[in-house]
Each structure stands twice: as structure tokens, then as C-alpha cells.
Design a protein around this ligand. Structure first.
Ligand SMILES: Cc1cc2nc3c(=O)[nH]c(=O)nc-3n(C[C@H](O)[C@H](O)[C@H](O)COP(=O)(O)OP(=O)(O)OC[C@H]3O[C@@H](n4cnc5c(N)ncnc54)[C@H](O)[C@@H]3O)c2cc1C
Ligand code: FES
Length: 259
């Protein structure tokens, strides 16, 4: 369903990272962790294709989006002022299966956006939630990290960091923390760059723990029509549309060698 969402606030929470709060009652009521919306900045001189963003949270009539500026669309979005309306389709795609007791969530960079929504929802249901959050470096992310740490404490979520430059938490890749954490996990949920997801899927498979990954792919339509978002599938080859069959997929359904 196509709707318009009003910008309530837009706060910088890091270098080029923004927390966008939208008034979108129908979408907020229907969303669940793992789903996404297509947002289009409308009304300017340059028409722009809509861009996909995971839902980072839903609070009453409000939808939260956590995003990083990487190109023209996200840069235009970051300049949108409160009160302005955006075209907003959603919620789209499937969500995470939250039915587990000791989930291990593995986030790389902005992959934390959908996973944090899942973490809070599962903690509210009484699950013992562990989140491993990997960044290249903590520099520029201090506000976001402080917010997550506060919410983790309030929600009884175990949150560990890794940074490749050693500026926060353990130095190295986020997957370095996985072998120990997997010993007690009954499901892995992951979102981040493809190389990280491939490594997460492999470690979870070795430990025989079910794993769901949320994939990102370039999207033009968001509703299954353009085939711009396909990823290679197993068994039997073929492809899956990230916007329709995903964005959350069982890790065993993805052909990581062909991705
Ligand atoms: C289901 C889904 C959920 C997403 N959720 C979030 C989110 O919660 N927060 C967030 O910050 N981003 C999210 N993204 C990524 C976001 O859609 C892109 O960053 C955005 O479309 C970039 O638009 P742009 O016009 O600014 O950049 P463009 O000018 O289109 O591209 C700039 C650069 O970013 C790369 N890029 C563009 N789109 C993607 C993509 N999907 N994956 C990887 N690289 C890309 C391009 O190759 C290029 O190098 C999500 C993507 C998908 C598919
Ligand atoms: S974005 Fe068009 S089919 Fe998925």
C-alpha cells in the first residue's frame, strides 16, 4: 500500500548516520522486525527512485528508520525537515522468526537497524538476547552507541562490540566473537555486508544452529516486479527476490558461492 509519512524528527546520531522518526500509523501498526519500507523524497526538482530501509522500531503511530548517507538518495533524505511528507510504501517483505529463547544477533554496520528492532521485541518476550555489533571503527558513532547501550541496559540485552581498529570492544571482526557465543544460542539472526553474512552462515552451520540473514540488494520496485533484487538460491539453483521472498532468508537457502 502506498502512503505518505510525515517527518516528525530527524536527528544526527553519528557521522552521516541519522535517526528518522516518521508519523505513519498504518505502517507502524502492521510492521514487524525484519520488514522494510520504500521511502521517496518527493516534491523536489529531481524525481528520485524510492530507496529501501529496514524498520528500526515502531512506537505508537511512529516508525523509526536508522540510516547512513551513502549516495544521492540518502543525502537528499538527510536534508528533509520535520513536517515534510515522504512517499512511503510498506511494510514490505517478511520478518524474522522471533520464536526462540537464546537468540544471537550479529550486526555489521547499519545491519544493526533491523536487528535492534528484533532484539528489543525478543527481550520484551522474555528471551535472553545477545547482540554482537561490529564496526570498522567507533569514531563518529558515539551518540548511536550511547543510545544502544542505554537501551540494552534497560531491556536486559547483552551487547558486545568489536571494531577493526580496536577503538571499542574487542579488536577484529564481529565473527571472532561468534564461536563462544554460539555455544548457548538457539538461533542466529544476522544483517550486514555480504562477506560478513557468508562467514556468519558458515559458523552457524558448523555449530548446527539455525540462522536467518537479512539481505540487502539494489531495489527499484520493492514489490517483486522488476527482478532487480534477486540473489542466487540453493538447492537447485534459481534465484530469490530479496523484496518478496526476503529480505529475511534462511541462511541455507542462499548460494553464498554465487552471491
Ligand atoms: C531491504 C533493505 C533494507 C535496508 N535497510 C537499510 C537501513 O536500515 N539503513 C541504511 O542505512 N541502509 C539500508 N539499506 C540500504 C539503503 O537502501 C541504501 O543505502 C540506499 O538505497 C542508498 O541510496 P543512495 O541513493 O543514497 O545511494 P546510491 O547512489 O544508490 O548508491 C551509493 C553507493 O551505495 C551502494 N548501495 C546502494 N544501495 C545499496 C544496498 N542496498 N546495499 C549495499 N550497497 C548499496 C551503491 O553500490 C553505491 O556504491 C537497505 C537496503 C535494503 C535492500
Ligand atoms: S525490487 Fe523489484 S523485484 Fe525486488
Amino acid at each position: 500500500m502506498r502512503k505518505y509519512a510525515k517527518v516528525v524528527s530527524q536527528e544526527p546520531v553519528g557521522a552521516g548516520v541519522f535517526l528518522l522518526r516518521l508519523e505513519a500509523p498504518a505502517v507502524a501498526a502492521a510492521t514487524s522486525p525484519g520488514t522494510f519500507v520504500m521511502l521517496r523524497v518527493s516534491g523536489g526538482p529531481e524525481p528520485l527512485l524510492a530507496r529501501p530501509f529496514s524498520v528500526h522500531g515502531a512506537e505508537g503511530d511512529h516508525l523509526l528508520i536508522l540510516y547512513q548517507v551513502v549516495g544521492r538518495g540518502t543525502e537528499m533524505l538527510s536534508r528533509v525537515e520535520p513536517g515534510r511528507e515522504l512517499a512511503c510504501w510498506g511494510p514490505l517483505g517478511n520478518g524474522f522468526n522471533l520464536d526462540c529463547q537464546r537468540p544471537l544477533l550479529v550486526a555489521g554496520g547499519m545491519g544493526v537497524a533491523p536487528l535492534w528492532f528484533a532484539a528489543r521485541a525478543m527481550a520484551e518476550r522474555g528471551a535472553e538476547v545477545s547482540v554482537l555489533f561490529g564496526l570498522a571503527g567507533a569514531g563518529g558513532y558515539s551518540e548511536l552507541l550511547a543510545v544502544l547501550q542505554d537501551q540494552a541496559e534497560a531491556g536486559k540485552i547483552s551487547l558486545s562490540f568489536t571494531t577493526e581498529d580496536g577503538s571499542l570492544g574487542e579488536k577484529g571482526l564481529v565473527t571472532h566473537l561468534m564461536p563462544q557465543a554460539l555455544e548457548r544460542a538457539d538461533r542466529v539472526l544476522a544483517c550486514g555486508p555480504p562477506a560478513m553474512l557468508k562467514a556468519v552462515a558458515s559458523l552457524a552451520a558448523e555449530a548446527e544452529v539455525a540462522c536467518q540473514v537479512s539481505l540487502e540488494a539494489p531495489m527499484a520496485c520493492g514489490v517483486g516486479a522488476c527482478l532487480g533484487c534477486v540473489v542466487p538460491a540453493v538447492p537447485g539453483g534459481g534465484y530469490l527476490r530479496v523484496c518478496q521472498e526476503g529480505p529475511v532468508l534462511g541462511a541455507a537457502r542462499v548460494d553464498w558461492e554465487r552471491l
